[in-house]
Write a protein that binds this ligand. Structure first.
Ligand code: GDP
Length: 478
């Protein structure tokens, strides 16, 4: 296994030239495009203060050969991928239904749409892929996992209801993801429809219609009486043109999982939206932690297909497990490569799980000290006032013994936040809260991450608990 020098340098965040000079110093003559093997990579990385894990290196070499830099002239126009968002009951589902029904279906006879989580819609002027993920949770979940799948957001606002809280939320998510918005003012058939109100209210959130001097396309529609649908699709295609969406269909495929489930008869099923390349039946793929040889693929009409190119959603059968929405799928050259990458990822996931289960708690502290597993007790303190923090620090300072050292790694006023829990998780710390209470979502996160949080109103109680825990006198809370 080898990696191109330029690629390795890029991944280490150093200049290729600096790497070449370093290699020369080691007696290795290399050029930017030269491939170097693991042992050399490890040596040179060490010189730059990096550690190269063999498994990670192998994964990089496998995936980077399938993601080779390519000639821009190979990239051709691809269809846009659209997500419909908006406030509940404003008509997202109805709109998607109408779009699917009124679009020109290719195989007239067939065409009973299957729910696979995404749809491919043909119009007279081009195709559009729709993600069937109403609401912004799925959108955000994907984004938080690094998957940028959506090119355009259709923001649905009911003309009789105007901008509502979830409209603003959806808007903010689209803005944060830097995805352009097209506003569909829906329910225009209603007698109390007031599209100007929608324009006015959205302008207060920085979204200005074109006829008001802004650059956002607005279109009046009615999902009920099928008004404005062709115009809406036309605007999507216009916006797509502006975005100049391109992909190379002639390479190993890369895509993202939109939806996945376990089917009793067929095993793991994953709907993947292809972003680059073309995936073919029979190919080996890595998908999240899993891999597999694609046994069969189906489109959104339930028809079996032998391949799928950019912006095409397909359901694939043949994975070794059920991936998560937002996971990346990459086609690789053979099964051996697929198995290797997936094996490494499974191992990493297991290690993470293990770390989670071995997190320190007050209940387990003494045992862990006895076993010599823990020598430091890391604490994060959150309190209502600064005075409590100072008082606590002082008392804690006296608790350290020769066996165990108490470190306050973070102390601040305010309630316990999700970032406190993350910090506790990575630094194996216990969180102490004084006269503060956590939000439910923080509590849930702590539980999920196995982070011990303790809340007190009296400093003495906290000190007593810590002392007891250190000598194994902690009364079990179970
Ligand atoms: P979602 O929660 O955003 O997916 O909204 P739905 O598509 O479920 O629609 C909510 C309600 O509004 C349903 O009762 C629809 O029949 C109704 N509805 C949707 N679009 C229109 C429309 O254009 N005109 C009218 N009058 N009703 C609509």
């Amino acid at each position: 296994d080898t990696i191109v020098l330029a690629e390795l340098a890029k991944r280490m965040g150093i200049k290729a030239n600096d790497m070449i000079i370093k290699l020369m110093g080691m007696g290795v003559m290399a050029t930017v495009n030269q491939t170097i093997d693991y042992d050399t990579a490890e040596l040179v990385a060490t010189e730059f203060g990096f550690e190269v894990e063999r498994a990670a290196f192998e994964e990089e070499t496998i995936l980077s050969t399938s993601v080779v830099d390519e000639d821009p002239s190979l990239r051709v126009t691809r269809s846009p991928v659209v997500t419909i968002m908006g406030h509940v009951d404003h008509g997202k589902t109805s709109l998607l239904d109408v779009i699917r029904k009124t679009s020109v279906t290719s195989g007239e006879a067939g065409g009973i749409t299957q729910h696979i989580g995404a749809y491919h819609v043909e119009t007279e002027n081009g195709a559009i892929a729709f993600l069937d993920t109403p609401g912004h949770e799925a959108f955000t979940a994907m984004r938080s996992r690094g998957a940028k799948v959506t090119d355009i957001v259709i923001l649905v606002v009911a003309a009789d209801d105007g901008v509502m809280p979830q409209t603003v939320e959806a808007l903010n998510h689209a803005k944060a993801a830097e995805v352009p918005i097209i506003v569909a003012v829906n329910k225009i058939d209603k007698p109390d429809a007031d599209p100007d109100r929608v324009k006015r209210e959205l302008s207060e959130h920085g979204v200005l219609a074109e006829d008001w001097g802004g650059d956002t396309m607005f279109v009046n529609v009615s999902a009920k009486s099928h008004v404005g649908i062709p115009e809406l699709l036309e605007m999507v295609l216009l916006q797509a043109e502006v975005l100049e969406l391109v992909a190379n269909p002639d390479r190993l495929a890369i895509g993202h999982v939109v939806e996945a489930k376990l089917d009793i008869g067929r095993g793991p099923l994953a709907t993947v939206l292809i972003q680059e390349g073309t995936v073919k039946a029979g190919q080996s793929v890595v998908c999240g932690m899993y891999h597999g040889k694609i046994r069969a693929m189906f489109n959104d009409k339930g028809e079996q297909v032998s391949e799928a190119g950019p912006s095409m959603p397909v359901e694939i059968i043949g994975l070794t497990g059920v991936p998560e929405a937002g996971d990346e799928m990459v086609a690789v050259k053979d099964e051996k490569d697929a198995r290797q990458v997936s094996g490494h990822r499974l191992q990493k996931a297991r290690a993470r799980e293990l770390a989670k289960n071995s997190r320190v708690t007050l209940d387990s502290l003494f045992e862990r000290l006895e076993e010599g597993e823990v020598k430091d007790l890391n604490l994060i303190i959150k309190a209502d006032v600064h005075g409590s923090i100072e008082a606590l620090r002082e008392s804690l300072g006296k608790l350290s013994t020769s066996e165990v050292k108490i470190n306050v790694i973070h102390a601040a006023t305010g309630t316990v936040t999700e970032s406190d829990v993350s910090l506790a998780a990575v630094s194996n710390a216990i969180i102490l809260g004084f006269n503060v209470r956590p939000a439910t979502k923080v509590q849930n996160m702590a539980k999920e991450e196995n982070v011990d949080m303790r809340f007190y109103d009296i400093i003495y109680d906290a000190i007593k608990d810590l002392k007891d825990a250190m000598v194994g006198l902690m009364e079990s809370t179970f």
